[in-house]
Design a protein around this ligand. Structure first.
Ligand code: GLA
Length: 729
């Protein structure tokens, strides 16, 4: 049993293998948060303190007791208007025009298995792997009910939280703000680690003091965004990769979100993760319910590395689904950087011939195969194969490619419409727009209102007609602009952004049900929707439109804090790199791309004879390591935002095999030697370097490290495969 309720003191304890989460129903029915951290026994209600605090309101239930204040007490799901002046998890505009929500305990229920959320992605687990706690709270005046949902995955050290808000009153109310998780800490100085970015430079870690006042970040772009990833880490000041306490929160949602941290007047810290409150006014008629997307929580007492591992395991095993969840992914060759829009069927066939020769498993026909689409100004929405451009039918192309022993994949961008398209000419009202205003363009395209069923159904049928034309085994689902015209013809402004996301999820669910064997790769200008919500449908996501190996070491480093390597789409591209103009060796590009779902994004025709041989060897190497890379434990061995090198390591579950990777980022005359310490190996075991036959004790590699060769070359990379040796040395 992971969830306990102690009737005498009305305390809930949620235990995982290494952590405990506690809360308590107090005398007035408020649900107070007691503790989250390393595993403990007994009740933590002794941590609550009561003092008369000036300018902190007291609920009338407390009578003359001025020491009882919601402004000071740690809470599980704070509403607005109770005398708590910190940020609220929930703001409701009531039928009587007030904005108050005073939530008190009504009932609870503990059951086996993990709750699911209708229409939304969420962590899943079998009956034995998880337990669910539901706590019902109610505002007695408005009759708004809030069901707090907790999922406990004991073995994984994971706790999930979600919330259902139901209007049980007689008038209509509006939800103005809703978080799915609130974490209150009565003590502690924390650093806040968040992941900011931009198109082509996603998920840069930023570590700053969570000092007095609020820090807020999020997205208003309709997608989770390149700019801020929907996740946060709160780490005690001295926490490092290997030591110290830290908490992670990952929002399982791909649309507008908001994360707020606040250190209050007494040094207490509150963290809220949930829906973005801008552009959000969600009306609830009597008996209607709003489901707030899930947040995944984890705590590590052993530093950031262990926290990352917990999220990696959870996302790999309990978020990602489908045939490819635990299968090795095909190595693919994508046409985008090889040909952009300038191709026909023969171009794609030639890529497939090259793929066959080089040992690559799949060729992907990217943007440009449909409607009128020779550049990015037209054609979106016309999902009919342009047979004239291809010079053949899609079916015959796929067949020819398959007969080479090569799989075939295709690119789509279903949520979009170009004004220069037949679809837009027929249904201009299907694009999101605010009545009376011209819609904002992005990449010269508009966004279809995916909240509307008829729109989704039309596009779904069109896409299925394409996918049914041949043996298509992979789809890259793209989304290439931020949304701005949040307005739904059916429901107005306040619910447009949320309903849009639900529409996208509905489409994806139908697609994955209809084609259960399809490998879906998510994409939004690279990593603009790189979130756990999309990972529920697309078991890999194109990590960034930036394929430069040096920039990628940093993008993939930031990504690794919360997301597993098995979802990171990463390819070798041509040099000079198309995004940065930088040239680095094929070896370095290969080593970096191997920290993900490996592939190529170049025209093999342009490679020299020697480079072709090197690519063949690279593909062979990757296939040798693929299992270890995809399911091994990942260790960050440096901080490439600051250090002279980027280093990372994969270690197999039994720790008998490891793959060490390093890229030198700096190059100086008479350079000092860098030593990199490995982690996660067995101390007293001897490991052999597969390339040189040299042997090392695990403890030596971990305590003293290994010297990185100094070379007069820019950005050299090294890989070392270590295998356990039976004999000692
Ligand atoms: C986005 C993707 C690219 C490519 C183009 C096609 O930018 O991230 O990989 O598919 O769209 O237009």
């Amino acid at each position: 049993m992971a969830i306990y309720y102690q009737q005498e003191n009305r305390v809930f304890s949620l235990h995982t293998e290494h952590t405990t989460y506690q809360m308590k129903i107090d005398d007035f029915g408020f649900l107070l948060h007691l503790y989250y951290g390393g595993k403990i026994s007994g009740s933590m209600d002794y941590l609550l303190t009561y003092y008369d605090r000036g300018f902190s309101g007291n609920p009338s239930d407390a009578g003359d007791d001025r020491t009882y204040s919601m402004d000071v007490l740690p809470q599980e799901y704070p509403g607005m208007g109770t005398g708590d002046y910190r940020g609220s998890a929930l703001v409701i505009h009531n039928a009587d025009e007030s904005d108050c929500c005073d939530l008190r305990y009504v009932s609870h229920n503990i059951r086996k298995g993990k709750y699911a959320l209708e229409g939304l992605p969420a962590v899943y687990a079998n009956q034995e792997e998880a337990q669910t706690l539901e706590i019902l709270l109610e505002d007695a005046v408005s009759r708004v009910q809030v069901q707090l949902l907790y999922g406990v995955l004991e073995q994984e050290d994971i706790i999930t939280r979600s919330v259902k808000i139901r209007n049980c009153g007689t008038g209509s109310v509006t939800v103005e703000k809703a978080a799915s998780a609130c974490l209150d800490f009565v003590t502690g100085d924390y650093d806040l680690i968040s992941f900011w970015g931009r198109h082509m430079m996603e998920r840069n870690p930023q570590r700053r003091e969570a000092g007095y006042g609020s820090h807020v970040f999020g997205s208003r772009r309709g997608t989770s965004s390149h700019q801020h990833n929907p996740a946060v880490i709160l780490a005690e000041k001295d926490t490092t990769e290997e030591h110290g306490n830290c908490y992670g929160m990952v929002f399982v949602y791909s649309g507008n979100f908001m994360c707020e941290t606040e250190k209050d007047q007494f040094g207490q810290t509150r963290v809220l993760m949930g829906l973005q409150s801008d552009c959000f006014h969600y009306p609830l008629e009597p008996e209607e319910t709003l489901v707030v997307p899930e947040t995944i929580l984890s705590f590590s007492g052993e530093g950031l590395g262990e926290l990352s591992n917990r999220f990696h395991r959870c996302i790999r095993e309990h978020i990602c689904r489908g045939r490819y969840r635990n299968r090795l992914r095909p190595v693919l060759l994508n046409s985008w950087e090889a040909a952009y829009f300038d191709f026909n069927g023969e171009t794609i066939y030639k890529l497939a011939e090259e793929a066959a020769e080089l040992g690559i498993d799949m060729v992907v026909m990217d943007d440009g195969w449909f409607g009128k689409r020779d550049d990015d100004n037209s054609g979106l929405g016309d999902w009919q194969v342009n047979e004239q451009k291809l010079g053949c039918t899609l079916g015959s192309l796929v067949e020819r490619i398959n007969s080479l022993g090569v799989k075939f994949g295709i690119w789509i961008e279903p949520e979009m419409v170009s004004e220069d398209s037949n679809l837009y000419r027929e249904h201009p009202d299907w694009a999101l727009r605010i009545p009376g205003r011209k819609p904002v363009r992005g990449r010269n395209q508009l966004v279809l209102d995916f909240a509307r069923k008829e729109v989704r159904e039309y596009i779904f049928d069109a896409i299925c007609k394409v996918l049914d034309q041949g043996n298509i085994e992979y789809v890259k689902w793209d989304m290439n602009r931020s949304i701005s015209d949040f307005y739904s013809i059916e429901n107005g402004q306040g619910r447009a952004a949320y309903d849009y996301m639900l529409g996208v999820y509905d489409f994806l669910e139908k697609l994955t049900n209809r084609y259960p064997d399809l490998l879906l790769e998510g994409c939004s200008g690279g990593g603009g929707r790189f979130d756990a919500g999309m990972m529920y449908y697309t078991s890999q996501i194109w990590c960034s439109d930036n394929t430069d190996a040096v920039d990628r070491t940093r993008i993939q480093y930031g990504t690794s804090f919360l997301y597993p390597v098995s979802v990171v789409g990463s390819h070798v591209s041509a040099v000079p790199n198309h995004q940065t103009g930088r040239s680095v060796s094929l070896n370095t590009r290969g080593v970096v791309a191997m920290a993900g779902t490996f592939g190529y994004e170049l025209s093999p025709e342009k490679l020299s004879k020697e480079e072709r041989e090197e690519v063949k060897e690279q593909v062979r190497q990757y296939k040798r390591y693929a299992e270890l890379i995809q399911s091994g434990t990942y260790y960050r061995l440096s901080n490439p935002m600051e250090d002279a090198y980027a280093a990372w390591l994969f270690v197999s579950e039994g720790r008998e095999r490891a793959l060490f990777n390093v890229v030198m980022l700096e190059n100086h005359g008479n350079m000092a030697v860098s030593y990199v310490k490995l982690r996660g190996l067995k101390k007293d075991t001897v490991y052999e370097d597969a390339a040189t036959g040299k042997c090392y004790y695990g403890c030596a590699l971990m305590e003293a490290g290994i010297p990185i060769p100094v070379r007069q070359e820019e950005y050299p990379a090294y890989q070392m495969e270590l295998t356990e040796k039976r004999e000692r040395i």
